[in-house]
Design a protein around this ligand. Structure first.
Ligand code: CDP
Length: 221
């Protein structure tokens, strides 16, 4: 069984996906970390993430199946890496290079899990269009900027709200206006606006949708 979770930055989709996977005993893939890994590789090589050739080379050099540590690197979480990720993500050849890994993960979840939760921007539309349940998680840009601000400050990064908001708007625009795999809800996705929900409320809403859609019952209580 495959659960597809899409949505913009800091919408709460990462936390929701992790908790869903825990609850359902499914494997979880944060596909944003693949794009971050490509962006980080280009930055570390002293390159330019908006250069399509450099980004493509880095994407084909990435082997997440043999080096899972790549996806656990704390450096992936830096804001400049998020920005580099959204630049490399525009390049069609980069997306193509990462597609097979994502689809394999969904078809053969590691650890013999009986299902997979994938989160990203194009899971329900491109990567897994036949997913058993699709959610599109949103929140107002202000609510998302507040969350990102809190997360960065908790990590000791000195930031101001206006800069985080501006960065969020820029990344939203780049993600939703790009020609290839733009951020948009699949026609059959359940829209979950988490602007005024905490993580528990978002999880409850997601679980009840997934259970009604898929007939899963053993983890729905
Ligand atoms: O955690 P956050 O939402 O800030 O970002 P992320 O999910 O780690 O994704 C970083 C960037 O990768 C996004 O801004 C997208 O441009 C890109 N991305 C994508 O294009 N397709 C995906 N399936 C996942 C991420």
């Amino acid at each position: 069984m495959v659960i597809a979770i899409d949505g913009p930055a800091a919408s709460g989709k990462g936390t929701l996906s992790r908790r869903l996977a825990d609850r359902l005993h499914f494997a979880h893939l944060d596909t944003g970390s693949l794009y971050r890994a490509v962006g980080l590789a280009v930055l570390r090589a002293g390159g330019n993430p908006s250069d399509a050739a450099q980004a493509t080379e880095a994407a084909y050099a990435l082997h997440p199946e043999t080096t899972p540590l790549v996806l656990a690197d704390p450096a992936l979480r830096a804001d400049e890496v998020a920005s580099a990720a959204s630049q490399v993500a525009i390049v069609p050849a980069v997306r193509e290079a990462l597609l097979a890994f994502q689809r394999d993960f969904a078809a053969y979840p590691p650890g013999n899990a009986r299902g997979a939760v994938l989160d990203g921007r194009d899971i329900g539309t491109i990567v897994c269009p036949d997913a058993d349940a699709k959610l599109f998680v949103t929140a107002s840009v202000e609510a998302r900027a507040e969350r990102r601000l809190k997360e960065l400050r908790e990590r000791g990064v000195p930031v101001i709200y206006a800069a985080v908001l501006e960065d969020m708007r820029e990344r939203d625009a780049r993600d939703s206006q790009r020609a290839v795999a733009p951020l948009k809800p699949a026609a059959d996705a359940f829209l979950l606006d988490t602007s005024s929900m905490n993580a528990d409320q978002a999880l409850d809403a997601a679980i009840s949708f997934i259970c009604s859609k898929t007939g899963l019952s053993d983890h729905c209580a």
